[in-house]
Design a binder for this molecule. Structure first.
Ligand SMILES: [Zn+2]
Ligand SMILES: [Zn+2]
Length: 401
């Protein structure tokens, strides 16, 4: 009799834990996406294109502000903002799904393009599949860590990858991006100056950090999966402080977010949760090769920002520049943003915070430098509230060219 009591007592904590996890799953099932339902202010749409003479790059758009020209550097809705996924694995290496699985999930999540990143294999040429542009790319294992050659049409041999990691990425072609450079298992130990970009947010690093904090991050994420793989993915997302510090020490790098998707929980959840966005001056051309070149060029030039689109439609975000005096503004322009979600906007110059505000952050006059923005949303979450890094832009050069 006494033994049975002790047995029951011992079973209580695991049973209580199981019930808690089931309740968590049930609560996740009630979450609707996007979590913030706000419509974008149509009046703020860019209305004309600005050419290179304005030192803005041919892909910029703009609008006429109250007293001057305003050029939209990043964000906005235009007609030609594309959403995509960077660094996708398929069955060509250690991914769970083939190209059809991946492209179908991407189409369902509303993505326009994917950048492949299978390990050390020749990728397929650029093509459209299920209406999604497949951009070739290869993840190179080198003696200094992993490098993603985005847009590359071939891999590089081991001898080159061992002796000259960045040279191997140049040999493969495309844009050389540090894959998960700040990582518990496989950090980048090579040169940071001669590459083009870095994965500031990396799905691989997020999973490894969640594994290191099993009760706070991993278990809630796993318990969410049966109800929503999107919420499961958002549960492990956070602002990786160390990666941002490394980036601020090398602000010349284009900052990206990468799913490093392997399809363990399917591809749809991560694709719906987070997207890379690029801004083009025209719709993607029909020819897949020139379309892929346009996407890679936009990435190379830093015309890119990273968003958690499952939290809120990011089309109302803009980073814009006005003239005389030259000023820079990062702003959220929505008609009916709910009071329950407070957006905090931050502007950085050369790795230092220069402005912060609710809905808007601005610097005037804006001196020469490498600028970037971050936007945080403080939201009602599964239990209580949570602050998310909802959006961050790549660095963009102002003046001094
Ligand atoms: Zn890797
Ligand atoms: Zn990878």
């Amino acid at each position: 009799m006494r033994k049975r009591h002790i047995g029951l007592l011992a079973a209580m904590p695991p049973l209580a834990g199981l019930v808690l996890l089931l309740v968590h799953t049930a609560r996740v099932a009630c979450v609707s996406i996007p979590i913030v339902d706000a419509s974008v202010d149509a009046a703020e749409e860019p209305t004309f294109a600005i050419d290179r003479e304005e030192e803005l790059g041919e892909e910029s758009g703009g609008r006429v502000g109250e007293d001057s020209l305003v050029a939209i550097l990043l964000g906005g809705q235009g007609g030609h903002v594309l959403a995509g996924s960077f660094h996708v694995h398929t069955t060509a290496s250690d991914g769970r799904g083939d190209l059809d699985d991946v492209s179908r999930a991407a189409a369902r999540a509303g993505l326009d393009f994917l950048v492949l990143g299978d390990h050390n294999v020749d990728p397929p040429p650029a093509h459209y599949r299920d209406g999604v542009l497949i951009v070739p790319g290869v993840e190179l294992s080198t003696s200094a860590g992993h490098l993603l050659a985005a847009g590359a049409e071939r891999t590089a041999g081991w001898t080159l990858r061992e002796e000259d990691p960045v040279g191997a990425a140049r040999f493969a072609g495309g844009m050389a991006v540090l894959a998960h450079p700040v990582n518990r298992r496989l950090p980048w130990t090579g040169d940071w100056m001669s590459v083009d970009g870095m994965e500031v947010v990396s799905g691989d690093s997020l999973i490894r950090e969640a594994m290191a904090r099993p009760f706070v991050r991993l278990l809630p994420a796993v318990a969410s999966l049966p109800a929503s793989t999107t919420i499961g993915w958002l549960s492990i997302h956070h602002r990786p402080a160390e990666a941002f510090e490394s980036w601020d020490a090398h602000p010349h790098l284009v900052g990206l977010c990468a799913h490093d998707a392997h399809g363990y929980e399917g591809y749809f959840g991560p694709f719906q949760a987070m997207q890379l966005r690029v801004r083009l001056s025209a719709p993607l051309p029909e020819d897949p090769k020139s379309a892929a070149n346009k996407v890679v060029k936009a990435l190379m030039e830093g015309r890119v920002w990273c968003t958690l689109g499952a939290l809120a439609d990011p089309a109302g975000f803009v980073l814009e520049k006005s003239f005389e005096p030259r000023s820079l503004t990062a702003a959220l322009r929505y008609r009916d943003w709910p009071d329950s979600a407070r957006p905090r906007v931050l502007l950085f110059r050369d790795g230092e915070k220069v402005s912060e505000g609710i809905f808007e952050a601005s610097v005037s006059p804006a001196s020469d430098g490498l600028y970037r923005a971050e936007v945080f949303l403080d939201l009602p979450w599964i239990w209580g509230r949570r602050e998310f890094l909802w959006l961050f832009t790549s660095t963009i050069q102002i003046g001094g060219e």
